[in-house]
Write a protein that binds this ligand. Structure first.
Ligand code: PHE
Length: 478
């Protein structure tokens, strides 16, 4: 089986003719980090950290990133480069019997794309809010709800975001994706560092005369909170951190396979994986550093329990409390979030386009135009999921979903652990970890952690993914 997989891959590689690729290590790392850094880092990570014991969550997250994140990212990128193909074909090349896994993997971005531009549109709306000085209105409790339930506005912003994404993908890997990420990512990093430093200098005295400072907020963020910790609770934190890693690193959905297929043989995969992880975890930590102290200063510990509404409801209130400065900080924040969302959205569309080009032998332009029409329609439906097409669907984890949540649940909570579970069986047991290790070590490169990789992919990843999958089906409770 191993030899068979290798032969197919080698044969296919000889025939492949990629239209273009990343120019080198930096271009690739920027684009991959661009995919990884997104709303997950800015919005999901800080609220999970606030919910799951601050420093405790952070430590667990970092340990999992260095073990699971590293293993999954190394696998995806290596599969991409070694086969030179996208998920559907890549799995087939690894082992013909596992073609189905490539198709399942392809379905994840295909589903995510239906709603990612809608979220991008929400962020774009707030960029406009701070540009036009509507910050005060945005600080009211009703603003966000009124916006997403307004069919015209929700659709308009989603479609605009979708078209910008399509424009980048239309321009190709090097001139579109790499260029866009190489400009936006450093700008985003500078902005987030500046806002985080600013957040630490905040100070506010509330109506009860209590003064809170940004540095106290920092302590709340970083200090591990073991209050009420039980095994069950620890397990929950672990699972939260684990699913966050999937989402955040864009692994197990074919995206990193596609990006991996665009890199040249002289790129050092091992170093690239560390750099991408550093970027991704760094931005997540900085996002927490900026959001948690800001919320703490103006709303106290209670304010941090806002959960998902933190970014769109709580933060505009914080910006409003900053008076004149709030407009600029708000604009900087949402612009940065829009950049982060754009580079992620681009990676999702690119993966779908690339798979379709390969399967249907299409030109990039044609594939992009066709898929843009399709996904613009899908985004319209999802954007209308809070008005015209409003539904209330109970999910196995106990929450009630609208269309967007449903798509998110199927793709992220349900399919990703399932795919990682099967991929780790395929790599760990069917074709063998050496297939990947060989690719990382290609050209005499060092792969210092290959012992850890081998152990993780064979034993730890399958078990953990299976547990996560069971949890997503509701069988383990939530
Ligand atoms: N990794 C991105 C984030 O952290 C999200 C994402 C998910 C991007 C799926 C692409 C695909 O927000």
């Amino acid at each position: 089986m191993e030899t068979q997989g290798k032969c197919t891959a080698d044969a296919q590689r000889k025939h492949k003719k990629k239209e273009s690729g990343f120019t080198g290590q930096i271009g690739f790392v920027m684009a991959a980090a661009g995919s990884a850094v997104g709303v997950g880092n800015l919005w999901r990570f800080p609220y999970l950290a606030a919910k799951d014991g601050g420093g405790l969550f952070i430590v667990i997250y970092l340990i999992l990133a260095l073990t699971f994140g590293f293993t999954l990212l190394t696998s995806d990128i290596s599969v991409g480069r070694k086969t030179g193909m996208n998920s559907i074909r890549a799995y087939e090349a690894m082992s013909p019997k596992w073609k189905f896994l490539g198709i399942v993997t392809f379905l994840v971005p295909a589903l995510i794309m239906t709603y990612y531009a809608v979220i991008g549109g929400w962020i774009a709306r707030y960029v406009v809010v701070y540009l036009t000085g509507e910050g005060k209105a945005a600080a009211s409790d009703e603003f966000f709800g009124a916006f997403i339930t307004d069919p015209h506005q929700a659709v308009l912003y989603a479609v605009v975001f979708m078209l910008i994404t399509a424009f980048v993908v239309f321009n190709g890997v090097e001139k579109g994706i790499e260029k866009c990420s190489s400009i936006l990512m450093p700008v985003m990093l500078v902005m987030i560092v500046a806002i985080a430093i600013f957040a630490l200098t905040l100070k506010n005295t509330d109506a009860d005369g209590i003064t809170r400072t940004g540095l106290q907020g920092l302590a709340v963020y970083l200090t591990p909170n073991f209050e009420g910790i039980t095994i069950r609770r620890l397990m929950q934190i672990l699972l939260d951190a684990m699913s966050q890693i999937f989402f955040s690193l864009s692994v197990s959905m074919g995206i990193m396979i596609t990006y991996g297929s665009y890199i040249k043989k002289d790129v050092d995969i091992n170093t690239a994986v560390h750099q991408i992880e550093f970027f991704d975890s760094g931005v997540a930590l900085l996002a927490g550093l900026m959001i948690i102290p800001s919320i703490f200063v103006f709303d106290g510990i209670e304010g941090m329990k806002a959960g998902p509404s933190l970014m769109f409801v709580s933060l505009p209130k914080v910006f409003d409390s900053m008076h004149g400065l709030g407009r600029f900080v708000g604009l900087a924040f949402f612009l940065m979030a829009a950049f982060a969302a754009l580079t992620s959205c681009v990676s999702v569309l690119e993966t779908i386009v690339a798979n379709c080009m390969e399967i249907f032998h299409l030109e990039r332009r044609h594939a992009t135009i066709g898929l843009t029409i399709l996904y613009t329609c899908a985004s319209v439906v999802v954007a209308l999921g809070y008005s015209t097409f409003y539904i209330e669907l109970p999910l196995p984890n106990g929450s009630v979903a609208q269309i967007l949540d449903l798509m998110d649940y199927i793709s992220n909570s349900f399919m990703m652990p399932f795919i990682s579970f099967l991929s780790s069986i395929l790599i760990g047991w069917v074709i063998g970890p050496d297939w990947i290790i060989e690719e990382v070590e290609y050209g005499g490169r060092k792969f210092g952690l290959k012992g850890l990789y081998r152990f993780m992919i064979r034993y730890i990843v399958p078990v953990m993914m299976f547990v996560l999958f069971l949890q997503s089906t509701g069988l383990l409770g939530s």
